[in-house]
Design a protein around this ligand. Sequence first.
Ligand code: SF4
Ligand code: SF4
Length: 190
Amino acid sequence: MITLGLQEKNTLLAEVNKRSGANVLECYQCGKCVSTCPVSQYMDFPPREIMQLIKLGQKETVYMANSTWFCLTCSACSGRCPRQIEIPAVMEAIRHIAIEENYVNNTKKVKSIRKFHNIFLDMIKLYGRSYELRLMAEHNIRTRDLFKDMNLAPVALLKGKIPLLVKPVKSIKAIRRMFKLADKLEKKHQ
Ligand code: SF4
Ligand code: SF4
């Protein structure tokens, strides 16, 4: 009953819980997620603080934080969370709502991550897999940092770590159908 009451008043909490399938109210601030997270030191607010900000209904702070963009969805945090909160799902839900509601964090690093994110999804749509060489080239062009990591490409190619060319995977049609379906569902949800 208490959970329902809080969710009715706190639209941020209600929306994040609904989208992620998690119950952020369960967080008792132990901080295990922070000590496990490999990127928490780069975040404006590490996962424990994000949970608290959601409980407090601090919409703008949560949506504008770089935390959700730095999250690698590695699940190290949720694996150690004593309340079994699906923290990566919470981070993803925030990222989606922030995009839909036009909260844009325009810091250089977040902009670069957003571009990487979009290019990566384009690769999956095109090939059904990552195409590292193209991903790197496109990211360098879109971030206007043409020579970033260029010294790594020849070594990686020579060692066979990344392929020069890739073909779409066999199930590419099914993957594209999945993207179309996701687009439809997203539009329906808006
Ligand atoms: S590990 Fe779980 S309960 Fe502990 S602070 Fe993080 S989210 Fe909250
Ligand atoms: S899923 Fe995200 S928040 Fe959790 S440990 Fe990995 S990077 Fe950190």
